[in-house]
Write a protein that binds this ligand. Structure first.
Ligand code: SF4
Length: 448
């Protein structure tokens, strides 16, 4: 757990010299606790205090990165048990399993699925990140060839699954530049698999048969200088897996128990043979508290809701998703096309723009920055009102794009029409529908 401002203050020199940019050590301590200052701004912190503060300011669950470049996946780094306390930091990675005993056609179909199954939602691309390549054949050459194929045909981050160091080494040889997750070190192969991960600077998966054994293994690995770990308690029943996830998170955050302070990997694929049950288990483990979920296969009807759930859970509850302010052209509008205005809450924007597209009436859509609030909320908060809308419309440049100056205001902000006519002389303010679903009928009936 991070230190409080008062705990940090006790470790500072307490001379109030002001060299850190704030007048007192207490103010600096509060800024440090809030993540608004760097410890290096104070030149007078003792080495001993520095070590304590750095140790204490490390996240209770170590952030671990798998892969490289744009597709790399960062997991862990979590600081709260419940999203409403602050936010969850790094979304659960979703992995597709491919085994080296699968026929070529099956492998190709899975690689194609991995590439095809991605979705646009509120301006974001939702997609899985990982392919878990599993050794079942016991043939290092076969495993290496499959890893190579995955690497050549996708930009996925890779998990190498096996229990023999020589076979995992063949996978690392083919994919070391992708920094794969090497899974798994166990009590039986600890030294050899740990050395493989360490020599190639790859993150390491650790699998045990209980939480106690897991803590022992991570302690040994940390002592050997292997720190980027992803942990697996070995649970393969739904109940045990759920309990272990909660215990691990709680131990790391509340008890500050470092040996379990790592992101986890879970295998719904090994908890049931029923694909729909597997999807339900995966959704539970995305919420609580899987770092990576490995699925036996991808089906669009199960993957899409899982990715949407993940997006919702890992969205910062204190910061609404927002769209960029500006003029949006929908359907190639002309100087005679209608002009609508709305706010920059992403969901509002996507509903309104979607309904305009549905109407097939080419239109101009003005999106005004209301700090990501919806029409009703921003109107009630005084952000989507006449004296803010007026200056925005004038500055937007829309006046040069249309002949007739008619502005369609959302029905929920109808009370602003009078004030807006005063703010925008020469404009006719029209009241549009309250509900997005009524926009197509409204636009079809609209006359320039
Ligand atoms: S520079 Fe250090 S000693 Fe000086 S006020 Fe800031 S925290 Fe205190």
């Amino acid at each position: 757990m991070p230190l409080t401002g008062i705990e940090i203050f006790k470790l500072l020199p307490k001379t109030n010299c002001g060299e850190c940019g704030v007048p007192t050590c207490l103010a600096f301590a509060m800024n440090l606790a809030g993540g608004k200052a760097e410890l290096s701004r104070c030149p007078y912190v003792s080495e001993e205090a520095k070590a304590k503060l750095q140790e204490a300011s490390a996240p209770p669950i170590r952030p671990v990165t798998i892969g490289t470049g744009d597709r790399k996946l960062k997991i862990g780094g979590e600081t709260v048990m419940f999203r409403h306390e602050k936010r969850f930091e790094n979304p659960t990675g979703v992995a597709l399993l491919i085994k080296d005993t699968m026929a070529d056609a099956e492998v190709d179909a899975r690689l194609e699925k991995f590439k095809q199954l991605q979705y646009e939602r509120v301006g974001l691309t939702l997609r899985p990140e990982l392919i878990a390549v599993k050794d079942e054949s016991g043939d290092a050459g076969k495993f290496e060839a499959l890893v190579n194929k995955v690497k050549q045909n996708t930009d996925a981050s890779i998990i190498l699954i096996g229990d023999k160091a020589d076979i995992l080494a063949a996978g690392v040889k083919a994919s070391a530049d992708r920094k794969p997750l090497v899974y798994a070190a166990t009590k039986d192969n600890l030294d050899s698999v740990a050395s493989l991960a360490k020599e190639n600077a790859c993150p390491l998966g650790v699998k045990a048969s209980s939480l106690e054994e897991l803590a022992e293994l991570t302690t040994k690995l940390n002592a050997a200088g292997v720190n980027d770990l992803v942990i697996d308690s070995g649970a393969r029943t739904v109940r045990q897996a759920f309990e272990d996830q909660v215990i691990i998170r709680n131990a790391a955050l509340t008890k500050k128990f470092r040996p379990l302070g790592f992101p986890t990997i879970v295998f719904p694929a090994e908890m049931t043979d029923n694909p729909m049950k597997e999807a339900v288990i995966a959704s539970m483990l995305v919420a609580k508290y899987g770092g990576i979920v490995v699925l036996s296969d991808f089906q669009g009807e199960a993957l899409f809701p899982l990715l949407v759930e993940r997006m919702n859970i890992f969205t910062d509850p204190q910061r609404p998703l927002a769209t960029t302010q500006g003029i949006y052209e929908i359907g190639g509008p002309s100087e005679n096309s209608p002009v609508l205005i709305t706010t920059n809450f992403s969901l509002t924007y996507f509903i309104v723009s979607g309904e305009i597209e549905t109407s097939k009436v080419p239109s101009w859509l003005l999106v005004m920055d209301t700090e990501g609030l919806s029409v009703m909320t921003s109107w009630a908060a005084g952000k989507f009102v006449a004296d803010a809308i007026g200056p925005f419309v004038k500055k937007s440049g829309i006046e040069d794009k249309v002949k007739r100056h008619k502005l369609i205001l959302p029905g929920y902000a109808a009370a602003e029409s009078g004030g807006l006519e005063e703010e925008l002389p020469g404009w006719e303010i029209q009241i549009g529908p309250r509900e997005g679903s009524h926009i197509p009928a409204y636009l079809k009936a609209w006359k320039p």
